[in-house]
Design a protein around this ligand. Structure first.
Ligand code: UD1
Ligand code: UDP
Length: 425
């Protein structure tokens, strides 16, 4: 590394583009933005792709978690996987070219994570992936594809559990770029739990008696494999009806699931309470006070492990094996008998038990920022030089594109071919 590069970094703040798109990204970015804000040598910039846009899936998290208003919002909205990914690629590229971040930081495994990573590395901008290396080994999950591809692209890989290191090494990622740092989602939990415990959600949902919370369970479902087929969804809900015989089940319904349930004719147990998605503080309060959680969410498997609350995961696999080997999580799949039997065991006072994994201690964001600052000062974020070369080409491309589209051509090449023909004739 040349000395010039080091001087560049000392003299300039490290400009980090932080990418969010969907609900779980917001929970993960909150502690990172907070930590970056403590360092004058960092200029944190927040970009929302707009993959999630409803008040209850997006805005409420900004308000409750003190996440700064995004500097940019791509407002991409919903669409098919290819459409959504492509739209993010198209909309983010000019912003990256114009703003020249030193690093793009992505979290999790949603379409926004992959699209932002791909646009960045193609411009020569280094990418840091927080929550790298998780694998369900189930390629029918859209998130698994996003995880594998993002990790193949990223330069800095921050992992939450040991297994992730092995997964990344098997895929040929260099050991010195992989860092076990803990779990930023659990940082958020540590930061907000005492506030969440003051939430009124218990009384709003009639879950309180004179002595505090009555026993209740929480349910969330949004994986395509569970909710996209009406038959599967109804099978799962019939199992939940049996659980609701024992105690109230609070079910904040994800919009993907809501759109399926609208078509359903089946009546459910009156103690299975369908409510709209709730804000982070209310949801954390529900998780913390519940006797049992049934879910197919990635993040909720981790939060229940951190809280010591029994969790039944309605999936055949998990990309977060530590929540099973060390935590309170059990995989019960889609079989109603298995689901109901496991729930009854827990309610009979025989939960699996568990402990909190190593480094899930509320300091993951601190560790990430420390490593990034160290990498910057030692010059590992050297792809800046590559990007400088690329930048001229990109700018020229955009200028040509603006010109050709103003004239109604489909590509700069079509425009130029036309121009050549006109000169020849
Ligand atoms: C996405 C992620 C998933 C993550 C989940 C978190 C991908 C491939 N999937 O799934 O990994 O676990 O977010 O919640 O990135 N919709 C609304 N309002 C919104 C957003 C979406 O009504 O604000 C509806 C739309 O009809 C949309 C559907 O929900 O088509 C699905 O949204 P999408 O972001 O494509 O996938 P999710 O199922 O939310
Ligand atoms: N969550 C929330 N309100 C809800 C459901 C979930 O605040 O109604 C939070 C939850 O505590 C966790 C995150 O959203 O922090 C998980 O998001 P989701 O289950 O949508 O995504 P996944 O983790 O499966 O990708």
């Amino acid at each position: 590394m040349s000395n010039n590069f080091r001087v560049f970094h000392m003299a300039n703040r490290l400009k980090i583009f932080n990418i969010v798109g969907a609900r779980p990204n917001l929970v993960k970015i909150a502690p990172l933005m907070c930590e970056m804000g403590k360092h004058v040598s960092i200029q944190p910039i927040l970009l929302h792709t707009g993959q999630h846009y409803d008040e209850r899936l997006s805005d409420v998290f900004f308000r409750q978690m003190g996440i700064p208003t995004p500097d940019f919002n791509l407002e991409v909205g919903s669409g098919s996987h290819a459409w959504q990914t492509a739209e993010i690629l198209k909309r983010i590229e000019p912003l990256l070219v114009e703003n020249k971040p030193d690093l793009v930081l992505v979290v999790g495994d949603v379409n926004s994570t992959l699209a932002a990573s791909l646009a960045s590395v193609k411009l020569g901008i280094p990418v840091a992936h927080v929550e790298a290396g998780l694998r369900s080994f189930d390629r029918t999950m859209p998130e698994e594809i996003n995880r594998v591809l993002t990790d193949a692209l990223a330069d800095h890989l921050f992992v939450t559990e040991e297994d992730a290191i092995g997964n990344l090494l098997k895929e040929g990622r260099p050991r010195n770029r992989i860092h076990l740092i803990g779990n930023v989602m659990i940082d958020a939990l540590h930061q907000f739990l005492s506030l969440a415990q003051k939430s009124n959600i218990g009384s709003e949902l009639g879950l309180l008696n004179g002595n505090g919370f009555v026993p209740f369970a929480v349910l969330t479902l949004h994986r395509p494999s569970n909710v996209d087929s009406m038959q599967t969804l109804e099978k799962l809900l019939s199992a939940i009806d049996a659980v609701a015989e024992e105690l109230p089940v609070i079910f904040p319904v994800h919009p993907r699931t809501e759109s399926r349930l609208k078509d359903a004719s089946v009546k459910h147990h009156p103690r299975l309470r369908l409510i709209p998605p709730v804000g982070y503080l209310d949801f954390l309060c529900l998780l913390d006070r519940s006797s049992l959680v049934l879910t197919d969410s990635g993040g909720i498997q981790e939060e229940t492990t951190a809280l010591g609350v029994p969790c039944l995961t309605l999936r055949e696999n998990t990309e977060r094996p530590i929540t099973v080997t060390e935590g309170t999580n059990q995989l019960v799949g889609q079989d109603p008998l298995k689901i109901v039997t496991a729930a009854r065991e827990i309610l009979a006072g025989k939960p699996k038990g568990g402990r909190v994994p190593q480094l899930w201690d509320g300091h993951a964001a601190e560790r990430i920022v420390k490593i990034l600052l160290r990498e910057a000062s030692s010059g590992t974020l050297t792809l800046n030089q590559l990007r400088t070369n690329n930048e001229e080409i990109i700018e020229e491309y955009y200028n040509r594109q603006r010109l050709h589209s103003a004239l109604g051509y489909r590509s700069p090449e079509e425009f130029e071919r036309k121009a050549e023909w006109q000169t020849e004739s």
